[in-house]
Design a protein around this ligand. Structure first.
Ligand SMILES: [Zn+2]
Length: 402
């Protein structure tokens, strides 16, 4: 039922659009999708005024997107108005979906998000992945993905791509995990180990967490630092609404910024890294607790009951975070720091010392620190939404694949 929009279509009898016009058409299709996605339902006239094209040009683009199953008409808009009633347009609740997946140190998760941004299927498995070989972990992830895809397909969706969040360094090819110390993975090409049924993107979990914050957070600024953690601590730098990747794609390794140069040895080869003070296991050790499952739940529960050892450990972790973030804030001048991932569940006990350390050490007014409303779901949602954004950015590329 869908039209292959990516193929050159004749502009007149026997004449294909030249490349530059094809490029322009693809960009305009994307502008229509973004306008309807951000502000829909919208009439054709409203889309035309939003993106500055003529009503006739927009109608042609909209018709193509409807035929491709990416937009749908909701019926006449406000009947009773003078003139021909316009039909309200919305992005389709069926058709392409983004499949997001997360490999955590002790869980696997997969979800399907439709073009409207709704989570339509979801599966989580608690499993200890530390020091497990990539093959069995990815086999389990594939089984979980198959379940979610089958559920999504039952609702009229099809996977436009799979994006996988991992707790480690990912090469710029967006498929090779160069080093994931807490999984024990090294130079692992996920493209070879996951089925090739749909396009694959792999990225660090902190990067997907930051993108989720940018796309889904309330009033998120265009320049911010996003810090997330479970056992490791990662950060992502967003500059003018875009992720900063760095030369090799490794930017944001806040967990290995030294806090005390002579501190304990770290798996990275350095000493006194932030992870040695503020990673979940480090905090548990400092509080005299055994690392196990649901580390954040354990720490938050004890802190709530007023356990002095746990509160002191969290206070010290906040101080270490403040020291490490001082370097990043002084260097990058972000508008805010957002605490996301599992760390967000411990924010009430981390924030006071973090904020005061940061305020004491940074030049100029203190950088505001806020807590992500997405919490530990951020990386998974960011992964799925990155696929959805890809469809909005170039609808012509997916329209022929249904
Ligand atoms: Zn380190």
């Amino acid at each position: 039922m869908s039209t292959p929009l990516h193929k050159a279509r004749p502009a007149g009898p026997g004449r294909a659009l030249p490349d530059n016009q094809q490029g322009m058409r693809r960009r305009n299709l994307s502008r229509v999708m973004h306008a309807v996605s951000a502000e829909g339902p919208l009439s054709r006239a409203a889309v035309a005024s939003r993106i500055g094209l003529t009503r006739a040009a927009v109608s042609t683009l909209v018709d193509e997107l409807i035929r491709a199953g990416l937009l749908e008409e909701l019926g006449p808009e406000r009947p009773g108005r003078v003139g021909r009633p316009g039909s309200a347009l919305a992005v389709s609740g069926q058709g392409p979906a983004g499949i997001g997946a997360e490999v955590g140190v002790d869980h696997l998760a997969v979800c399907a998000v439709d073009l409207r941004g709704r989570v339509r299927a979801r599966a989580v498995r608690h499993v200890a992945n530390r020091d497990r070989a990539p093959e069995p972990v990815l086999r389990e992830l594939t089984a979980l993905t198959d379940r979610v895809v089958a559920e999504a397909e039952g609702e009229g969706l099809w996977p436009a791509g799979l994006a996988v969040a991992v707790p480690g360094l990912v090469a710029r090819d967006a498929r090779t995990v160069v080093h994931a110390p807490n999984l024990g993975w090294q130079d692992t090409d996920l493209g070879e180990l996951l089925p090739e049924r749909f396009p694959l993107t792999v990225a660090n979990e902190a990067n997907f967490g930051a993108l989720a914050e940018l796309w889904l957070g309330e009033g998120t600024p265009r320049d911010f630092l996003h810090v997330s953690a479970e056992i490791g601590i990662g950060a992502a730098v967003v500059v003018d609404g875009r992720l900063l990747h760095g030369n090799r794609g490794f930017a944001g390794e806040l967990g290995h910024v030294p806090v005390h140069p002579d501190g304990p040895a770290c798996a990275c080869g350095g000493r006194g890294c932030l992870e040695q003070y503020a990673g979940e296991e480090a905090v548990l050790r400092a509080a005299g607790l055994e690392p196990g499952e649901d580390r954040v739940g354990l720490l938050a529960g004890r802190a709530e009951q007023g356990d002095a050892d746990v509160r002191r450990a969290l206070h010290d972790a906040g101080t270490a975070l403040g020291i490490a973030l001082t370097g990043a804030v002084n260097l990058l001048d972000p508008e805010s720091v957002v605490l996301g991932g599992a760390l967000s569940g411990l924010a009430p006990w981390l924030l006071p010392s973090l904020r005061s350390e940061l305020a004491r050490r940074t030049a100029g007014p203190a950088c505001p620190v806020s807590v992500s409303a997405l919490g530990p779901e951020g990386p998974l949602l960011g992964a799925a939404h990155s696929v959805v954004r890809g469809v909005l950015d170039d609808p012509a590329a997916v329209a022929g694949r249904a």
